[in-house]
Design a binder for this molecule. Structure first.
Ligand SMILES: NC(=O)c1ccc[n+]([C@@H]2O[C@H](COP(=O)([O-])OP(=O)(O)OC[C@H]3O[C@@H](n4cnc5c(N)ncnc54)[C@H](OP(=O)(O)O)[C@@H]3O)[C@@H](O)[C@H]2O)c1
Length: 274
């Protein structure tokens, strides 16, 4: 019998680190399963998913730019994913495709490794797709959230989507705010942009916890300056790790060896940093 097939869909997808994480997880359990990268252009998404039902592809990770569009082609979507407005995981059960979001649980787990969210003040920088999952996670865990974004309208839209209680402001006014946890969710600070930071050093103070979800490189300017000011830092790769852990649980109904997935992920990230 052919090995059950899993994979990640995105466009582009060649830089995805998920295959390394899942190869390590499958190896630990000596599992007869494979995980591939599928580069799927936006106009080919519907056909790809129709084919995935039949082949079958047993489970998919979904990445940019398909996280919202994929919802139109599924048989059902779990409640959390539908409130967030994005699916990053698909489970194929006898030809029926169900969508889930594990970005929010991944973010919550990464934060709760380090601090409790209940009744804490959280400042989220950015109002894009990743921010939506993170804001949902923080709200769900009982934190008070303020969103600061370059474009105020987008922050307002996001705050309204999650109901009352979320404050919004402009990123340029960051020094007027204080928080227990700062979460950076924009793409600034990634790759060749690593020496750009949207956070003035004066914002950092001892006691502040900083979570920058950018994970390439492992340490960018924001993270370096936060550490230097005595802040505790939650590494961005932890969100990727824990969303993958939850995907494994959804597909196989058991927990993976997350420590082995983390080793594999860090090996890839260290190699990318060189
Ligand atoms: N660690 C993880 O597991 C994980 C998971 C998902 C994503 N990520 C990372 O998170 C980042 C954002 O992803 P996304 O999907 O949320 O992207 P997105 O939907 O495109 O949102 C991008 C956000 O960045 C802001 N932004 C972009 N350029 C800016 C600039 N020059 N100055 C100020 N703000 C700027 C945008 O502000 P405007 O609204 O004003 O345009 C928007 O709020 C990426 O680096 C991605 O790799 C990490």
């Amino acid at each position: 019998m052919a090995a059950p097939l899993y994979g990640v869909i995105g466009f582009p997808v060649k830089h995805s680190l998920s295959p390394a994480m899942f190869a390590a997880a499958f190896w630990e359990y000596n599992m007869n399963a494979t995980y591939e990268k599928f580069e799927v252009a936006p106009d080919a998404l519907g056909d790809f998913l129709a084919d995935a039902r039949r082949r079958p592809i047993s489970g998919l990770s979904v990445t940019i730019p398909h996280k919202t569009a994929v919802m139109d082609y599924l048989d059902s979507v779990d409640t959390h994913a539908s409130v967030i407005g994005a699916v990053n995981t698909v489970v194929n059960k006898k030809g029926k495709l169900k969508g889930y979001n594990t970005d929010w649980t991944g973010a919550q787990r990464a934060i709760e490794d380090v601090m409790e969210l209940k009744d804490k003040d959280v400042l989220v920088l950015g109002a894009g797709g990743a921010a939506a999952a993170i804001i949902y996670a923080c709200g769900n865990a009982g934190a008070r959230v303020t969103i600061l974004n370059r474009t105020l309208d987008k922050a307002q839209e996001l705050a309204e989507r999650f109901g009352g209680g979320i404050k919004v402001g402009l990123l340029s006014d960051i020094l007027q705010y204080r928080a227990n946890l700062l979460i950076h969710t924009t793409s600034i600070g990634m790759g060749p942009d690593a020496e750009r930071s949207l956070v003035p050093v004066e914002f950092f103070r001892k006691g502040l916890i900083v979570f920058d979800i950018v994970y390439t490189p492992l340490e960018n300017r924001l993270v370096r300056e936060a550490r230097r000011a005595g802040c505790r830092v939650i590494p961005g790769y932890k969100m990727l790790l824990y969303q993958g852990e939850k995907q494994f649980e959804l597909w196989f109904k058991k927990k993976p060896r997350t420590d082995k997935m983390e080793e594999a992920l860090l090996r890839e990230l260290v190699a990318l940093d060189r």
